[in-house]
Design a protein around this ligand. Structure first.
Ligand code: FAD
Length: 471
């Protein structure tokens, strides 16, 4: 290994910080906290020559084991921080960002320069920009703004042997905002689209250039209580179908998720009989349009539910309140990860999934999910980005038998989602723990084609071993 001072070897207590993500533990031989790009390039060239496995990690908030190394070298991007440029280039407003920059820090710097980068994973206070590209992250505002792919204009990458490559959009090229999170983006025409969402298997993202929007419009957030799941889901599907451009967020929080949310401080009481919430954000131009938008929402809801529910809509319209609501929502996955981790020692834990379906098949799919989940007899929650047909569903198992039961139900849900024209992974990807879902999504020949693409980028198959493919 070339002489880098920031190496942590097996047996060093500091290794513990880098051993796990939210779903699994690994066992790297060595961690390198890269100080600069040359650390990464030299390490890659060395490992490629010696055929040593290399995994990349940022903040390890991955929900799939993708950032966990089971052996070999783990390269952490945490020190490669900073927004290096914000400005107009060839008629577009762009920001160039180092891979270890925390997403919230990048967004803050961009907002201070007068612009807006709209991809908002709820983990944005921790997760980092290179990883967001590598997972094609989305977020609570994805109903309006779509995933990371929509904004990436260029990435500078280091291939497995350390050589540098620049991948960029052609002028006028419009990226897809489609759900496609099971392996590589199969419809790619530009290799940039292969790199986005590749889960650390094709190269190291050394620099990201994203397209910015003009200053963020004002918006209000609302939590709308419903006396039934079905009522909340029907309302959400109705909003999603209308595609009102001012609606930024359309998310669902079921009863179990509401209990999880309640473990955060300050969550208000909702009326007795509340079974689900709609998490809603709407953008507005001025106070008059804000009032009109809220009135319209209120009257719409009052037409769907008993008055006491409409009267209990929680509205947040100043930055402090909106952030509070965002953190309540963020508490759901946080709680789910903590709850799952409690049972790791007994080979149980959270069995999570993020299958998706076209919105017009959502009611049918959610009905299927609830029947499957009830039949397991295990606790479960369903929440998140249903405006894009994409919930997170988590079942909680305390033993390995329960885990198997939960996993079997999840697999049936994934098969059903694909049957309805959707997919097995709408956001978190495949990583190491969902490689068994790839054949549900793709025929064998497509998976073989993907392996061929990987071999072109990484002939010795050293990068992200165990991610995407079960080898
Ligand atoms: C509570 C919670 C909420 C979440 N909410 C969301 C959400 O709203 N939307 C969403 O999309 N995800 C969400 N996630 C998942 C996770 O935050 C995202 O997948 C995120 O992109 C991972 O960022 P990270 O910095 O933690 O990267 P890591 O977990 O460390 O790495 C993720 C992947 O990126 C690869 N990688 C990292 N850096 C590089 C690089 N420079 N070059 C190449 N590959 C690299 C890794 O190898 C790995 O495959 C959530 C997670 C948690 C725990």
């Amino acid at each position: 290994m070339p002489g880098s001072p920031d190496l942590i070897f097996k047996g060093d207590d500091r290794m513990e910080t880098y051993r796990e993500d939210t779903m699994m533990r690994g066992d790297p031989d060595c961690v390198m906290r890269a100080r600069d790009e040359s650390d990464v390039r030299e390490a890659l060239a060395f490992c490629n020559k010696k055929r040593l496995p290399v995994t990349f990690c940022a903040s390890q908030t991955s929900m799939t084991g993708a950032s966990v190394a089971t052996k070999g070298l783990l390269i952490s991007t945490e020190k490669l921080e900073g927004v290096t440029d914000i400005g107009k280039h060839g008629g577009r407003t762009l920001a160039t960002i180092r891979p270890g920059t925390v997403v919230a820090d990048a967004q803050k710097a961009i907002a201070e320069a007068g612009y807006f980068y709209p991809v908002a994973p709820t983990s944005r206070d921790e997760c980092r920009m290179g990883a967001n590209v590598s997972t094609n992250a989305t977020g609570e505002d994805s109903f309006k703004y779509g995933p990371t792919r929509c904004y990436v204009e260029r990435v500078r990458v280091f291939l497995a042997d350390g050589t540098e490559k620049l991948l960029g959009r052609a002028p006028g090229e419009i990226p897809s905002d489609a759900h496609n999170r099971a392996g590589y983006f199969t419809n790619w025409k530009n290799p940039l689209d292969l790199m986005i969402g590749s889960e650390g298997t094709l190269g190291f993202i050394a620099e990201v250039t994203v397209r910015l929007l003009e200053r963020s419009p004002e918006f209000f957030s609302a939590l709308v209580p419903f006396p039934s799941n079905k009522g909340a889901l029907e309302c959400l599907v109705g909003f999603a179908g209308n595609r009102t451009p001012s609606i930024r967020t359309l998310e669902y929080i079921d009863k179990g998720s509401l209990s999880a949310m309640r473990t955060a401080e300050g969550v208000p009481d909702f009326p007795e009989g509340t079974e689900a919430l709609l998490y809603y954000k709407e953008e507005y131009k001025d106070e008059k349009t804000k009032d009109a938008a809220f009135e319209k929402l209120y009257h719409h809801i009052a037409g769907l539910v008993p008055q006491k529910f409409a009267d209990s809509i929680v509205v947040a319209d100043n930055p402090k309140q909106k952030e509070e609501v965002r953190l309540w929502r963020h508490r759901i996955p946080e709680w789910a990860n903590e709850e799952g981790r409690r049972y790791w020692a007994a080979n149980g834990g959270k069995v999570g999934s993020d299958w998706w379906v076209p919105v017009d098949r959502l009611l049918e799919m959610m009905d299927f999910f609830y029947r499957e989940a009830d039949a397991t007899g295990l606790p479960y929650i369903a929440y998140a980005h249903l405006g894009r047909g994409h919930p997170h569903t988590n079942l909680f198992s305390k033993t390995s038998d329960e885990w198997k039961r939960a996993e079997a139900a999840l697999i049936r849900c994934c098969k059903k989602a694909v049957e309805l024209g959707g997919g097995v992974a709408g956001e978190h990807g495949i990583g190491k723990i969902h490689t068994n879902l790839m054949p549900i999504q793709h025929p064998k020949e497509v998976i073989e084609k993907m392996k061929g693409w990987k071999k072109e980028f990484d002939p010795n198959w050293i990068l992200g071993q165990g991610n995407l493919f079960d080898i």
